[in-house]
Write a protein that binds this ligand. Structure first.
Ligand code: WQD
Length: 336
């Protein structure tokens, strides 16, 4: 049985990926520092799959702790989710973001180099494209100057991986996520935003649950059909399965170069108002929202050209926006 390390494995995307890894017959080891997740996610994963992953609470910014970990456990692959990911917070605390997101990445890659481990999957983001010149966005789209320290850590992270793979014959895939939403069908795991949600969907569900008074729609003066900004909302389970597909590609040595990257989205753009309409339809609830000014740093539109990912990963999304939003709502209701 291949053993896979999942850093940030108790987080939103990490926990869903752990479930799919176990469902696919992998042994899973989780490292998480619990800075943006809860330990009871471990039991919830176990309740879904029947197998409790090994868990280590570890700070990946501590080089010695990382070395000590690998003195005892070697793995056949690493899926690296652990990172700070709030765009706005990164502008206020850039050094915390560079220390955590870049430091932990370097320490993991050094261990892979020194101990002949291979197969690294990196959690990247469509944010590396900024506002792309052409839509849908292909992998050939130019990388634009980052709009935030968070986005910069993803761009720098990819460069570090690319150069390390070339220098040390490592094999890696970066998955450039679009907008992950939804929750596992079991409603035992889902998104757990700490504090006031920055992202649209948790704010929508908390508004519908009465936790938030009203959703603010950030701008309806964009050059889009209904004036609100467009994103590619991908169900988190479909996103998790893309990681299994990428891992199989590496383990089966199907990758064509040491470092590859793929856009992971549905290929369909949805505006904020379309999301609200879909949410109201599937939940039969009226959402209290108002239109306000644009949020600084937001782009008009982003949605993926999934041609290459579909072909090279032999993967495509299966769930719809409606299904994702309904699962988000059911998850929200389970949090009472
Ligand atoms: C989506 C749309 C907002 C909240 C960011 C990161 C990306 C990834 C996902 C980490 C936008 C609008 C939002 C609200 C609103 N993060 N909105 N009212 O900004 O596309 O992407 O999160 O990996 O890297 O950049 O996602 O959910 O914040 O916003 O109108 O209360 O919803 O303006 O158009 P975003 P989001």
């Amino acid at each position: 049985m291949k053993r896979i390390l999942v850093t940030g494995g108790l987080g939103f995307i990490g926990s869903h990926t752990v479930v799919e890894l176990q469902n696919s017959g992998f042994e899973v080891v989780i490292i998480d520092d619990l800075s943006n997740s809860k330990i009871d996610v471990l039991d919830n994963i176990t309740a879904i799959t029947g197998t409790k992953p090994a868990f280590f609470q570890l700070d990946l910014r501590n080089k010695q702790e990382v070395k000590n970990f690998f003195d005892n456990i070697l793995v056949d692959g690493i899926i690296h989710f652990a990172a700070f990911k709030a765009v706005g917070e990164s502008v206020e605390k850039p050094l915390d973001y560079y220390e955590n997101n870049i430091g932990s990445l370097v320490y993991l890659l050094q261990e892979m180099r020194d101990r002949n481990m291979d197969n690294f999957i990196f959690s990247s983001s469509c944010t590396v494209y900024g506002q792309a010149d052409e839509l849908p966005i292909t992998e050939n789209a130019p990388i634009k100057p980052a709009e935030s320290p968070y986005g910069n850590t993803k761009q720098i992270g990819e460069e570090i991986i690319k150069e390390s793979c070339a220098a040390h014959n490592l094999n890696a895939i970066a998955l450039r996520y679009f907008n992950p939403i939804g929750a596992h069908d079991s409603i035992k795991i889902g998104e757990l935003p700490l504090g006031v949600p920055q992202n649209l969907i948790p704010y929508v569900t908390q508004t519908a649950a009465g936790i938030r008074e009203q959703l603010s729609v950030f701008g309806d003066d964009y050059p889009t059909p209904d004036g609100t900004a467009i994103r590619d909302y991908i169900h988190v389970v479909d996103l998790a399965k893309a990681h299994i597909a990428a891992l199989q590609r590496l383990l089966n040595k199907k990758n064509k170069t040491n470092f590859e990257f793929f856009n992971v989205g549905t290929g369909k753009g949805s505006s904020v108002l379309e999301v609200i309409n879909s949410f109201e339809k599937v939940t039969n609830k009226k959402l209290n929202y108002k239109i306000v000014g644009r949020r600084a740093g937001d782009i008009t539109a982003a949605y993926a050209d999934t041609t290459i990912a579909n072909k090279e990963l032999n993967w495509k999304t299966e769930k719809t926006l409606d299904e994702a939003l309904l699962s988000s709502w059911k998850w929200q209701e389970s949090q009472k």
